[in-house]
Structures are given as structure tokens and as C-alpha cells.
Design a protein around this ligand. Structure first.
Ligand code: MG
Length: 245
């Protein structure tokens, strides 16, 4: 029987040590005004869910057929972090987003049942290698290395539905070094969080721990080392991120 062997570290010198598997640590997101946390399972993202952003990307929205991509759980980073400018890009972009956290199992549900499955909402940043995304789009290739960037799924504390209700309108805004770059309103969402959950539940057995980033308003743009991002969504919360070398 084949044994996995260290390819690095002290074990490599011995040549025969069994691999130490990484012990996965749970990703626990703070819940506003409590000591409780929300354990994350999966990170889903919808594309083109605001008309103005679809236009600035030279594209259109499609309410009937939204499209999604995912990021690895390891892409999660809490609000307030400073992340290094990622390798492999010269155009690293901010996307400010409302995030919906699911709290009950849902599969092949309609919008009303999907709404009842919502645990809460948070502010998120879907940081993106825009140059690689543009290239992938032009070649009809997957977006993974453009989107599933290490430390690119930024998330604030979650506000529960009991505490903040279901936000359907209100300012969603992002600034870089104090200058406002993105400013929209949640009422401009093409598909609501419940509609996104209902649609996605045709493809996944969704449940507690699953998050959906619900898309970004217009004004996306590049950040540079030394920049400080601040965002907020009226009635939901605030988020911040620093970029280092
Ligand atoms: Mg996005």
C-alpha cells in the first residue's frame, strides 16, 4: 500500500514520515451584539445583480437566469483585516455587496420559503482580479483564479433577521481612502436575497452555513497597496479592509 510522504519540512530528510494532514479549523463569523457565532460552510456569489454594474461591465442582467460562482472557504477573511496585494494581478478590484446567511435547510423551494430560511445579513467584499476575469471572459474560460483569490471573501459580523429584519432598501456604499467609489441602493437588486436562494436551491441542498454574496452596485475599481477600504449598508452594518504590499 502506498504511503503519502512528506515532500517538505523535517520529514523530507527522513524520507519516510507519514503526511500530517491539516486539521481544518471551523470558520466562525461573529453575530452582531452577541457572543454567538455563525459557522460557515459554503460561499456563493451572484454576478450582475445591479443594472448599473452590469452596464459598466459591458453586459446585461438576466433576472430569470442569474449566474453564480463560488469561492473556497479559505478565501474568507473577517472585516477589519489587512490583506497583502495578491500575486498575479495588476488590477485588483473592490466589489461591495450585501451578504445573506442561510439558517435552515432548503431545496427546490419557492421565494416565500426561501425568505423564511434566512438567518441574517452582513456586509461583504468580493475582491476580484479584474484583469484575469476580463481575459477569462474573452476566452470563455472559468473565473476561478480571477475570483477565488486568497483572502478575497471579506465579511462583517452578521445581523440576525430578529435584530434587523429583511433589508429591501437603503444605501450601500464603499469608499477608498475616504473617497466614495460605490454608492447604490438595495432596492436596485435585480433578484432579492430570497429569490437568489430559491433559484440556487434548484441546484444545491442549501442550509445553515451557506452564504450568498448578492452582487455589487456600479463603481467597482482598483485598489493599491496602502489603501484602506470602508463600506457600509444602511440597516445592516459596516466593513473595512486594508491592503498591504
Ligand atoms: Mg461580486
Amino acid at each position: 500500500m502506498t504511503k503519502w510522504i512528506y515532500a517538505f519540512g523535517d520529514g523530507a530528510a527522513e524520507g519516510n514520515a507519514e503526511m500530517n494532514f491539516v486539521d481544518p479549523q471551523p470558520v466562525l463569523v461573529p453575530i452582531q451584539n452577541t457572543e454567538a457565532t455563525y459557522p460557515v460552510n459554503r460561499l456563493f456569489f451572484v454576478g450582475r445583480n445591479y443594472e448599473d454594474h452590469a452596464k459598466e461591465m459591458g453586459s446585461e442582467t438576466n433576472k430569470e437566469f442569474p449566474f453564480f460562482f463560488t469561492k473556497s472557504l479559505s478565501a474568507y477573511v473577517p472585516s477589519g483585516s489587512t490583506i497583502p496585494y495578491p500575486p498575479g494581478t495588476k488590477n485588483f478590484h473592490h466589489e461591495m455587496e450585501l451578504v445573506v446567511a442561510i439558517g435552515k435547510p432548503v431545496f427546490e423551494v419557492l421565494t416565500e420559503a426561501a425568505k423564511e430560511s434566512i438567518f441574517g445579513y452582513a456586509c461583504g467584499l468580493d475582491m476580484t482580479r479584474r484583469d484575469l476575469q476580463t481575459e477569462a471572459k474573452s476566452k470563455g474560460l472559468p473565473w476561478d483564479i480571477a475570483k477565488d483569490v486568497e483572502k478575497s471573501a471579506v465579511l462583517s459580523a452578521i445581523g440576525t433577521v430578529e435584530a434587523i429584519g429583511h433589508p429591501t432598501s437603503g444605501l450601500i456604499e464603499l469608499s477608498v481612502n475616504g473617497e466614495i467609489r460605490q454608492s447604490g441602493d438595495l432596492k436596485e437588486l435585480v433578484n432579492s436575497p430570497a429569490e437568489l436562494i430559491a433559484y440556487l436551491s434548484n441546484f444545491y441542498h442549501l442550509g445553515p452555513g451557506d452564504l450568498i454574496y448578492t452582487g455589487t452596485p456600479s463603481g467597482v475599481g482598483p485598489v493599491l497597496p496602502g489603501d484602506q477600504i470602508e463600506g457600509h449598508i444602511q440597516g445592516v452594518g459596516t466593513i473595512s479592509l486594508g491592503i498591504s504590499d
